[in-house]
Write a protein that binds this ligand. Structure first.
Ligand code: ADP
Length: 450
């Protein structure tokens, strides 16, 4: 039952309830109905017997009987007897035994030859003649047969009515739950497409589900508004910070150009310059990501020689790597062309190679590769550095996520891989990482070739 959907649960419960109710009502009706039919038959029998006395009279000392007495009216057979028990007139059903004891003013039930009979005896005194006893007999079997037919009909109609009510209930429940499916569908689409602008928009109706959907829509509108404002805030702040940071950097350059600066002052200015460069990088990453959030980051696609771009970034990064005594090996296939945004692709390679160098110990090795097979271009950056734990690996693409903060310097913000992922996906490609803690990492991406 737990695995059933609400639609089936409700249908099942309703059908069970309807079956039980119909069964009880039918049983009660049949019971009461059969009781009252039998009672009315008994009354009719008694009436016929009492009316039978009126069909006798005495004329000139002779007992006369109306011919109607022998009619089997309403299925009732009448027979009249004198005080000694001798038959005076009337009829008894064929094969009916006359040995049944007389029990006056009481309806007896007798079973004879597979049939059930009601027998009623009454006596009355006729003037100038004496006592006459009339016996009325009627068959109950015909009635019982009718009742049995009724029960059989009910047994056929009961499953039919259950089936009909189940079908009706199912379609009713499905209709009622349709808005709930719409709510679920919208919530799923919001999750999958990360699109808060979607609404359920249930029209009409003032029922609970419509109210729920409207409340849900209002909540979504508020959430969307809050997210928009947050994105705008990040974008505005990043924008506003760029100019003062540029001014600080240029002031640092000016100061460092001053020959009268003492070594201590020079060191302090250098520290300010370093920190400001880190801040400038962070601000530009934030600005980039807030643009992607607002769908304002445009791709300037043009035919590019990705081999050349990769080679130049690798050469540039070789300086940085050799500073840490790290060997940078490049295996780049020539003449790989793609439709891409040059600035973003440079950023992609830089981020991946910088990370590999940063998270590899002195004396380590970083490999950069680019190749093409069919319509797919594959690029990778591999290192034998500190690696990433299994738990951290799925989270490295999240913004501001840094796996091991104690081992990274403050210039790392945790935004680089979010940007890398966006760049690859915006070019229609895919990226994934493989890593073993303490052994190294591999970042591999694919892009469609031109
Ligand atoms: P960060 O600026 O901190 O490098 P990233 O988004 O580029 O930000 O990387 C997120 C986190 O992923 C890093 O903090 C680091 O813990 C982990 N990471 C990325 N590249 C590597 C790598 N080559 N080796 C080990 N860890 C890495």
């Amino acid at each position: 039952m737990k695995k059933l959907s609400l639609k089936w649960k409700l249908t099942l419960l309703y059908t069970l309830f309807a079956t039980l109710l119909t069964f009880i009502i039918l049983t009660v009706l049949l019971y009461l109905g059969s009781g009252s039919i039998l009672a009315s038959t008994q009354n009719q029998l008694k009436e016929r017997v009492y009316e039978g006395f009126d069909l006798f009279d005495m004329k000139n000392g002779i007992l006369r009987v109306d011919s109607d007495f022998s009619d089997v009216e309403g299925g009732v057979y009448l027979s009249a007897y004198d005080a000694s028990g001798a038959l005076l007139s009337g009829r008894i059903p064929y094969g009916f035994s006359s040995s049944i004891a007389v029990l006056e003013d009481t309806v007896q039930t007798a079973k004879l030859g597979g049939s059930t009979w009601y027998i009623f005896d009454a006596s009355s005194s006729l003037r100038d003649y004496g006592t006459i006893r009339i016996r009325g007999i009627c068959s109950v079997s015909a009635l019982e047969e009718e009742l049995r037919l009724l029960i059989r009909l009910a047994l056929i109609l009961l499953p039919l009515s259950i089936l009909l009510s189940a079908v009706l209930c199912f379609s009713l429940v499905r209709r009622t739950l349709r808005p709930v499916y719409k709510i679920t569908q919208t919530a799923r689409e919001i999750c999958e497409k990360k699109d808060l602008s979607r609404r359920i928009s249930l029209k009409g109706g003032r029922d609970e589900i419509t109210t729920l959907a409207e409340t849900f829509d209002t909540m979504l509108a508020q959430l969307e508004d809050a997210f928009e404002r947050q994105k705008q805030f990040t974008s505005d702040v990043s924008h506003e910070l760029r100019t003062p940071l540029a001014v600080i950097l240029s002031q640092c350059d000016d100061l460092l150009g001053d020959p009268h600066l003492s070594p201590e002052e020079r060191a302090s200015v250098k520290t300010i310059q370093d920190r400001t460069r880190t801040l400038t990088r962070l601000v530009s990453q934030l600005l980039f990501l807030s643009r992607t959030d607002q769908n304002r980051q445009v791709l300037t696609l043009e035919p590019l020689d990705l081999s050349l771009i990769t080679k130049s970034v690798a050469e540039e990064q070789e300086l940085f790597a050799s500073g840490k005594n790290i060997t940078l090996e490049a295996e780049i296939q020539e003449n790989i062309f793609i439709q891409g945004d040059e600035t973003l692709l440079i950023r992609l390679w830089m981020n991946l190679i910088e990370n590999a160098v940063s998270y590899t110990q002195e004396g380590g090795c970083v490999q950069v590769g680019l190749s093409k097979e069919g319509k797919t271009v594959t690029g990778y950056v591999k290192d034998n550095g500190m690696g990433i734990s299994k738990e951290d690996l799925p989270k490295i693409w999240q913004r501001f996520y840094r796996a091991d903060t104690s081992r990274t310097d403050s210039s790392h913000s945790g935004l680089g891989l979010s940007m890398v992922q966006w760049i690859v996906q915006a070019h229609g490609g895919t990226i994934h990482a493989e890593s073993t803690k303490g052994e190294g990492s591999l970042f591999l991406f694919t892009l469609p070739a031109e």
